[in-house]
Design a protein around this ligand. Structure first.
Ligand SMILES: *Cc1c(COP(=O)(O)O)cnc(C)c1O
Length: 348
């Protein structure tokens, strides 16, 4: 079998949810958009439900079906993207709760599903999704009379605790919502770490559940091992890979691994990333190809069966730094070709 193996530790995801939950006095939801940050939303959502999560957020209604299958009828599934044209049947049949983002969406929801639950998303300064203060002022009393299940906004700079934007958004959110009785939510992973004034009634962690920054104390969740397909010995002066992107100036042993940019191992990792043979670092040499990666293993005493790119030696954020990106992008880029193994997660 040449396919690489992605191992996902469901117990670590559950432990991360519990740890984030323990940092607040309010309810902790779970964000499982983008296929559970690339780790498989069915298994991930089930493990989080077993850990105690009762509310799950997805980006778009289409993502709700797999979550509903995983968590059953008792959990609430909320949709950040709101109620889009064409969503009505899905919202009704799957009992989704759209976070209404605009006056258009309010009108659509109240006309199509007058008594169905909904939430409200407000824009506190990020200028991405949600109603602005002036729109909210115009409809606030009518909307609140319909008992939204949640009124939320989202922080743009919560990964930087010293950023002035955090306080500005907090003040803007409070100005729009102080005094209402509907439950409020402002914090994702970063907001939880900013402290109690950001917690309100419900938090919405995503990346922290999956072992990523800014939750530095997270347990690692993903291990990724690529099998060695072939090795070869080079003479000084020989080259490796597309574009002759690497030349050896000594003799060298090169291992060719199964996995490449089609599997989310970004091409930006070329000539720079580190793989691991247990605790021995091995440099990636040459370019990342679509399906193959070449590693200098000259210093190893024997050829390993596989080399790891994610695991105890190297987190998603370590790898992200090597690729010039963030852990979120590393996780959500992991492709469909891996053999996925789920560890833990009770007796699933
Ligand atoms: C993705 C997202 C989250 C989760 O954010 P993390 O940084 O992954 O914790 C929460 N709220 C909204 C609106 C989001 O888009």
């Amino acid at each position: 079998m040449a396919s690489a193996t992605l191992t996902i530790d469901l117990d670590a995801i559950a432990a991360n949810w519990r740890a984030l939950d323990a940092m607040t006095d309010c309810e902790t939801a779970a964000v499982v958009k983008a296929d559970g940050y690339g780790l498989g939303v069915g298994r991930v959502a089930k493990a989080l439900a077993q850990a105690g999560a009762r509310r799950f957020f997805v980006a778009v209604s289409e993502e709700g079906a797999a979550v509903r299958d995983a968590v059953g009828q008792n959990a609430e599934i909320l949709v950040f993207g709101g109620h889009m044209r064409g969503d009505t049947d899905m919202i009704r049949d799957l009992h989704l709760v759209p976070m209404l983002n605009s006056l258009d969406q309010l009108t659509r929801h109240f006309e199509a599903l007058p008594s169905a639950p909904f939430g409200i998303q407000l824009d506190s300064g990020m200028n991405r999704l949600g109603m602005e203060a002036i729109e909210w002022d115009a409809v606030r009393d009518i909307v609140l009379a319909q008992n939204p299940v949640l009124v939320m906004s989202h922080l743009a700079c919560a990964d930087d605790p010293d950023h002035a934007m955090n306080g500005l958004q907090l003040a803007a959110f409070r100005a729009m919502t102080d005094g209402i009785t509907a439950p409020r939510s402002l914090a994702a992973t970063g907001g939880i770490l900013l402290g109690p004034q950001f917690h309100f009634d419900l938090t919405r962690p995503g990346i922290g559940l999956y072992g990523g920054l800014p939750f530095a104390a997270a347990q690692p969740v993903a291990t990724l091992s690529l099998p060695v397909i072939q090795t070869r010995d080079l003479q000084a002066g020989e080259v490796v890979g597309y574009g002759n992107a690497w030349t050896t100036n000594t003799t060298a042993t090169i291992a060719t691994l199964s996995g490449g940019y089609a599997d989310g191992l970004l091409r930006a990792l070329s000539n720079g990333a580190t793989f691991w043979a247990n605790d021995i670092a091995c440099p990636l040499v040459g370019r990342v190809s679509m399906d193959l990666i070449t590693i200098d293993i000259s210093h190893l005493h024997e050829v390993p069966h596989h080399l790891d790119i994610l695991g105890p030696q190297q987190s998603v954020d370590d790898l992200a730094t090597m690729a010039g990106t963030i852990g979120y992008e590393i996780l959500t880029s992991l492709g469909p070709r891996y053999t996925r193994r789920y560890a833990g997660g009770f007796a699933q």
